[in-house]
Design a binder for this molecule. Structure first.
Ligand code: SF4
Ligand code: SF4
Length: 324
């Protein structure tokens, strides 16, 4: 069974010329996860696009923050063979006693070191891909989408940062009758969001903190535009699931939960909330990218607290799911 879109055929809105050029549109992704079950209905392929405007303290995908291709180094995989040092055309690497060090000023992120490294201690993060090639990857699992009511989810990073690529990929999926979801931080232009709205079946919209000052503190940006965009999608009747990452000591307090419930009370078309309990595990990724993990010592919330939050929102009429 193929999941059915509740939206009009996007070709009617954009015209067939969109399809004539979309296969060659190129974007930068850092992962394609097959058989994902937490990113929307059914069995899905989740495509992770690079680049994000937020810097959430708890981010699990630091490799999605920067828009461009990066090279990560995992010292625990390094056998100190020196192949990467020899392969670097810019003499940006040096072999020290216990590790390889990179001179960021010399490195042009060409990836030759990753190509030369047998153990994948040097790893290229991100690749450019055309919509045509991405669609081929997505369609490999079409039978599972059809059987489970699944499809493809575009995540990140913030997928709307690569607007042209995202729109082209959504339209290509739509043409193949593949159900689509877009996971977004909501920080984008309302015009772009509206155009994506017409091309996708579902939004997974992250609402982290309702209080603006706390949002600024823990994500680096105001949530004014984000909440405006959520209201816009609600008023436009888009299919939206609100996702609340539950981060201990950041947004798991009653004040934030009450504020979220109050916010959603005014948005009658949005009635589903997914709670995503924080789990540790991204520290190695941060280290490999030379970044600091600000919540490395945080512990997951007790299950009882997560369930209490779920009950609190359910009691106010929302359909609540723990996990994506
Ligand atoms: S990415 Fe290229 S320039 Fe940078 S260290 Fe590796 S080989 Fe050298
Ligand atoms: S090629 Fe890989 S394993 Fe060898 S020194 Fe470089 S990073 Fe380490």
């Amino acid at each position: 069974m193929t999941a059915q879109s509740t939206f009009p055929d996007p070709r009617q809105r954009y015209g067939s010329s969109v399809h004539n050029h979309t296969p060659s549109v190129t974007g930068t992704i850092f992962d394609v996860m097959r058989f994902a079950v937490n990113d929307g209905p059914g069995i899905r392929t989740t495509v992770f696009l690079k680049g994000c405007l937020l810097s959430c303290w708890w981010c699990h995908n630091p490799e999605g923050l920067h828009r461009g291709i990066e090279v990560a180094y995992r010292v625990d995989r390094c056998i100190l063979c020196g192949e990467c040092v020899d392969a670097c055309p810019h003499r940006a690497l040096a072999l020290e006693e216990t590790r390889v060090v990179r001179d960021e000023a010399q490195c042009v992120l060409c990836g030759s070191c990753a190509d030369a490294c047998y153990t994948e201690a040097q790893e290229r993060i991100g690749r450019d891909i055309s919509v045509r090639d991405l669609l081929q990857e997505i369609l490999k699992d079409r039978v599972f989408y059809d059987e489970s009511g699944g499809g493809v989810t575009f995540s990140g990073g913030e997928p709307l940062l690569q607007f042209d690529f995202l729109l082209a990929a959504l339209l290509a999926c739509k043409e193949q009758e593949v159900h689509t979801a877009v996971e977004t931080s909501g920080l984008t232009s309302t015009e772009h969001l509206d155009r994506i709205r017409a091309a996708t079946d579902l939004f997974l919209f992250d609402v982290k903190l309702v209080d603006e000052e706390r949002h600024k503190r823990f994500t680096g940006v105001s949530n004014t535009r984000i909440l405006e965009n959520l209201r816009f999608l609600a008023s436009a009747g888009a299919a939206v699931v609100v996702r609340l990452p539950l981060i201990p000591g950041v947004n798991d307090d009653d004040a934030n939960i009450d504020a979220l419930a109050e916010l959603l009370a005014g948005l009658e078309t949005i009635r589903e909330v997914h709670l995503l309990p924080y789990h540790a595990g991204a520290s190695a990724k941060y280290r490999s990218l030379g970044m600091r993990a600000r919540m490395a010592d945080a512990r997951p919330l007790p299950r009882e607290r997560v369930e209490a939050i779920a009950r609190s929102l359910s009691a106010r009429g929302y359909t609540v799911q723990i996990g994506g």
